[in-house]
Design a protein around this ligand. Structure first.
Ligand code: BG6
Length: 493
């Protein structure tokens, strides 16, 4: 069987410096992902993990913190005790106040730091990025190093440019890994295989045959313990500017000439730059902004957004966005891309739906043309699958037609445990593979496109439309598609 790999080498001895080493992200995502890679034997020999935080803990105290807080969160395949012990042996905790640019020289004394491939993972708020990079440079640690930046990188185009300028004054673009964990998801990767490894889809992947495309990332959870952060961010900047526009760029890109990082990113960038700019009337008509009210989720009553801890009681922050985007190029001109994301929706699902046009003429009669249209659904989560809806004949006398589907459920073919997104991306950083990280120009093109929406919302001071927790969002989101003669596809897995 053919295998596909973007691999350009095995991880070397590295020092993985995790700045924000006692934070939520380190606890929930990064340390569990590093452990899973260690357990699976993919982390490479000799690499050290150096969590850095202000919390005054001795090495033993930090290891105890990991045991209590991180171990229970290791999801995929769980913890194996021997490998957990050897994972802890890789860790050296360093107390350091990351807000002080002169504090970083202590890292030079960490065994192996100066000789190894240094990786600095900035798992802190973006307000610290600039001073951390300056501190690392002042300590003489940046040459040949890699820096990983977490989203959100700024809160608009200007602030993201300011961060990129300041970080770019210290690190070159190929030292910078801007992480978008959606790019590490297996099904997103699989889209490359599906589109560019098969002849079947590519000829149809264009305006002549595609009527519309939907991208949904729906969450059942509310804002959890992140009310304070979320209230300043909102769904547009938290999800659309990054994850959804990245998915859109992969669905719509031209075939790259290779899987080389810049070949892929150049094509994604072309799509982002071809997004039709939104004018005020487009925003009023084609962008829906919602906020959840109290409702029922997972069978239990849940509070409304403004009642969540950390959220301002009169908040106008959106927890839901649905919009229509268009791409102005030969392949996609006139094809609407409907994007939708929200918290406290009726289910957790992330999927891309490609709606094909109806047949031009049906010799078979009976069935309304559109009802039988083909549809390709690429599901990212909760269960990865690719489903192709086609029209079939009901057995028996007469030509009775019914929609049926071809289903590709990945579990059937691939027994091997698949990696969590963070695990894959961290291994890519360690191995120096940039293809699944967002380049500065891509990121700024995405900010540029969402900017008029942010400005319009600021100017107009209109309140988001309410929706009940546990529903599929405000009625206006359905009306948006109804106006275009279609509806959101919400089907069972
Ligand atoms: C993060 C957002 O980037 O993605 C969160 O900040 C969101 O608000 C999360 O919940 C969704 O990721 P996933 O992988 O659970 O779909």
């Amino acid at each position: 069987m053919a295998t596909f790999s973007t691999s350009s080498g095995q991880p070397n001895a590295f020092s993985f410096v995790l700045i924000g080493g006692t934070g939520d992200l380190a606890m929930r995502k990064i340390l569990p992902a590093l452990y899973a890679a260690h357990r699976d034997g993919t982390l490479g020999e000799g690499g050290r993990i150096v969590p850095v935080a202000q919390t005054e803990l001795a090495q033993d105290g930090y290891l105890q913190w990991i045991n209590e807080h991180v171990k229970p969160l290791v999801a995929t395949d769980g913890v194996d005790e021997d490998s957990w012990v050897s994972f802890l042996e890789r860790i050296t905790y360093v107390v350091l106040d990351a807000s002080r640019a002169d504090a970083f020289s202590v890292l030079r004394d960490v065994p192996g730091m100066l000789r190894s491939q240094r990786i600095f993972y900035l798992a802190t708020g973006p307000s610290l990025f600039v001073s951390i990079c300056a501190g690392l440079a002042a300590a003489g640690l940046t040459e040949g190093a890699r820096v990983v930046l977490e989203k959100p990188l700024g809160h608009d185009l200007a602030s993201s440019q300011a961060i990129n300028d300041a970080v770019g004054a210290i690190f070159t673009e190929d030292q910078i890994y801007r992480i978008d964990h959606y790019l590490g998801k297996e099904a997103v990767q699989n889209m490359f295989a599906l589109r560019f490894g098969n002849v079947l889809f590519e000829p149809l992947w264009r305006r002549e045959w595609v009527e519309s495309i939907q991208i949904t990332v729906a969450e059942e959870l509310g804002v959890e313990r992140r009310g304070d952060f979320y209230d300043k961010t909102g769904a547009l900047c938290d999800m659309v500017q990054n994850h959804l526009l990245q998915l859109l760029s992969i669905v719509a890109m031209e075939p790259p000439h290779s899987m080389d990082a810049d070949a892929v990113r150049d094509e994604k960038l072309r799509v982002l730059r071809a997004l039709k700019p939104l004018r005020e009337e487009d925003i009023r008509q084609n962008v829906v902004r919602g906020q959840y009210r109290a409702g029922v989720s997972g069978g239990a009553p849940v509070p409304g957004y403004v009642e969540e801890p950390g959220v301002s009681r009169d908040s106008a922050t959106e927890t839901f966005v649905a919009l229509k985007a268009e791409i102005e190029n030969w392949r996609w001109s006139g094809v609407p891309f409907f994007l939708r994301t929200g918290k406290r929706l009726a289910g957790r699902v992330a999927e891309i739906v490609v709606n094909f046009r109806p047949v031009p003429h049906s010799a078979l009669g009976a069935m309304p043309l559109r009802a039988g249209s083909n549809r390709l659904t690429i599901r990212l989560q909760p269960n990865e699958s690719v489903r192709l809806n086609v029209l079939g004949k009901v057995p028996g006398i007469g030509m009775n037609l019914r929609g049926v589907y071809l289903d590709l459920a990945f579990d059937r073919f691939f027994q091997r445990n698949r990696m969590e997104a963070y695990q894959r991306l961290l291994l890519d950083v360690i191995a120096g593979r940039l293809a699944l990280f967002v380049r500065r120009d891509e990121q700024e093109a995405a900010w540029k496109w969402v900017a008029p929406i942010l400005e319009d919302w600021d100017r107009s001071l209109t309140a988001p439309k309410p929706y009940s927790a546990g529903s599929w969002g405000p009625a206006a989101a359905s009306a948006l598609l109804a106006r275009e003669g279609t509806c959101w596809v919400e089907e069972e897995s």
